[in-house]
Design a protein around this ligand. Structure first.
Ligand code: HEC
Length: 261
């Protein structure tokens, strides 16, 4: 990391060099940095309304749905089943399974863990503000990456007893599940692994429900800087460069000619 830190561009430079891109607008409009307001973040309207739901109930329904619907759609089910009761309306016909393809980091490609985009679908539909949805999903990724998970324990385990919690260090499905599999000593197509992902999905659903409930009460404050990794690393990233680059992590180009176009 030393090398990168020496050469990495400061947030100020990035803002100056990329003044026109939306990324900067999000940083600036969130009040971090110069405090200049821009019109880049905007409100929108969706028909889906939110009312406070019990995070533990959201987690429970998510967990129970996992073995049929997998990560993304089970988080969505956790919210929808509860919001059907608390709000009704459009939630009654919500197409929970329209997002099932997000499982396994998108149809098994091991990219972004489906729990977060699953929660993000709900967050985006109810908050009606691009900045709030961005801040919440960013906080969710930090929580996912840097918390020992899964910590959710079901009353009755559906598939298996499991022993380990791990820190993913990233929101990437493959790395997250791979680290846990190594700790637990099991393969991917096992009851243990399914149990782990079900509990993890419950954790993420619960965390998202806590954020949304705070937001209803006017208490939600972003915990983390928006676009933190882009700004800190000069490229869309997580902070785990060596997982893939080993000791030869490239230093981002400091002038960013491509972003200035
Ligand atoms: C999940 C794996 C992975 C992680 C984690 C990762 N990278 Fe990369 N990165 C890649 C791959 C693959 C490429 C494409 C390189 C290639 O094909 O030569 C790349 C390309 C890049 C490039 C552009 C290519 C270049 O030589 O300039 C930069 C800069 C870079 N990474 C920096 C970083 C930094 C900084 C981090 C940590 C904050 C990081 N990467 C984390 C996989 C990763």
């Amino acid at each position: 990391m030393e090398k990168i830190n020496e050469k990495r561009i400061s947030r100020r430079d990035l803002i100056i060099n990329t003044g026109k891109i939306a990324a900067t607008a999000a940083i600036v409009s969130a009040g971090i940095g110069s405090g200049i307001k821009t019109a880049e973040a905007y409100k929108y309207k969706a028909v889906y309304k939110y009312a406070k739901v019990d995070p533990k109930m959201v987690a429970k329904v998510t967990y129970e749905n996992y073995f049929k619907r997998w990560c993304a759609s089970s988080v969505i089910a956790g919210f929808v089943e509860n919001l059907k009761k608390e709000v009704g309306g459009a939630w009654k016909d919500f197409p929970i399974d329209a997002y099932r393809w997000m499982h396994g980091g998108m149809a098994g490609w091991g990219a972004l863990c489906g729990t977060m985009p699953g929660a993000g679908v709900i967050i985006g539909l109810v908050t009606d503000d691009t900045d709030i949805a961005e801040a919440m999903t960013n906080d969710l990724a930090f929580y996912y990456a840097y918390t020992e998970l899964p910590s959710f324990v079901p009353e009755k385990p559906i598939k298996a007893k499991i022993r380990h919690k791990t820190i993913a260090g990233t929101p990437v499905c493959h790395i997250s599940v791979g680290r846990w599999m190594r700790a637990e000593g099991v393969g991917f197509l096992t009851n243990e692994r399914a149990e782990r992902c079900a509990r993890l999905a419950a954790n993420i659903a619960m965390e998202a429900a806590i954020m949304l409930n705070d937001w209803v009460d006017g208490k939600y404050k972003p915990k983390h800087e928006p676009l933190f990794n882009v700004v800190a690393n000069g490229i869309t990233s997580q902070n785990n460069c060596r997982d893939c680059h080993g000791g030869f992590t490239p230093t981002p180009n400091e002038t960013y000619p491509t972003l200035e176009k």
